[in-house]
Design a binder for this molecule. Structure first.
Ligand code: SAM
Length: 235
């Protein structure tokens, strides 16, 4: 079943995190059918729409205007407009604007749907080689946060962390000061792109490697959870 546009007012539409082939057929159809697309950066989304041959009007919806925009957008959707929300890459709401609009739509009794699609955290988890049965997504870690890391020492689930390339070495250094040196970790770089890379090792190994090697591009850190018992193998 393709899932018609029906009574849905807001479609949350994931877009590729690097490889344009990762857009779904349903995403293309919805982006072409809605009255307007709300975009984190209209220039970034315009390039994608041009590539797809879609001419739906765009309006900006980003972290700096999302709170002031919500009431007006909900009003327009109550009046019958159908909208799609996209971010620059991946799934809106995953370290990207979305939450306040979802809250507004729920409060206004509007129909919402989120298409399944690209996001960096799932391929990072799968490629990390670490336990996938249970995990926690932490988003971008705070710049300063002794307490934040201390609270994670007892976390047994695999932890997924977003980080920028220029902060990678610093964050790995912080991890070595809190977590056991032999704790397993992976760094996944440029997922779905031409120069996709996977680094797997211990916290000590990767801290050492990235303190000497400057990286570029986008990356995800995946950290093993605290082993429940030394006799229980991680899956
Ligand atoms: N909404 C996106 C998602 O669903 O994954 C995340 C947006 S967040 C602003 C950007 C962060 O996502 C980057 O700093 C990086 O940690 C991660 N990311 C996005 N694309 C990536 C890629 N192709 N490879 C590795 N990490 C990526």
């Amino acid at each position: 079943m393709s899932g018609g546009i029906g009574t849905t007012s807001l479609f949350v539409v994931p877009t590729p995190i690097g490889n344009l082939e990762d857009i779904t057929l349903r995403a293309i159809r919805i982006l072409g059918e809605v009255d307007e697309i709300l975009a984190e950066d209209t220039r970034v989304t315009q390039k994608l729409l041009r590539h797809l041959g879609i001419s739906t009007p765009l309006r900006s919806f980003h972290a700096y205007n999302e709170h002031i925009r919500v009431a007006g957008l909900v009003e327009e959707m109550l009046g019958g407009k159908r909208m799609a929300l996209v971010s620059d890459a991946g799934t809106p709401g995953i370290s990207d604007p979305c939450y306040s609009l979802i809250q507004g739509c729920i409060a206004g009794g509007l129909g919402i749907t989120c298409l399944p699609g690209p996001t960096a955290l799932i391929p990072a988890l799968v490629l990390s080689g670490l336990a996938m049965s249970s995990f926690v997504f932490l988003g971008f870690p705070p710049r300063k946060g002794k307490r934040y890391w201390e609270d994670l020492l007892s976390e047994t689930r695999t932890m997924i962390i977003y980080e920028s390339p220029h902060r990678l070495a610093k964050t790995l250094n912080v991890l070595t000061s809190f977590f056991p040196a032999e704790r397993r970790i992976a760094v996944l770089r440029e997922l779905s792109k031409l120069y996709e890379e996977v680094y797997r090792g211990t916290v000590a190994d990767l801290c050492d490697h990235f303190s000497q090697t400057q990286v570029r591009g986008e990356l995800v850190i995946v950290l093993e959870g605290k082993p429940k018992s030394s006799r229980t193998p991680t899956q």
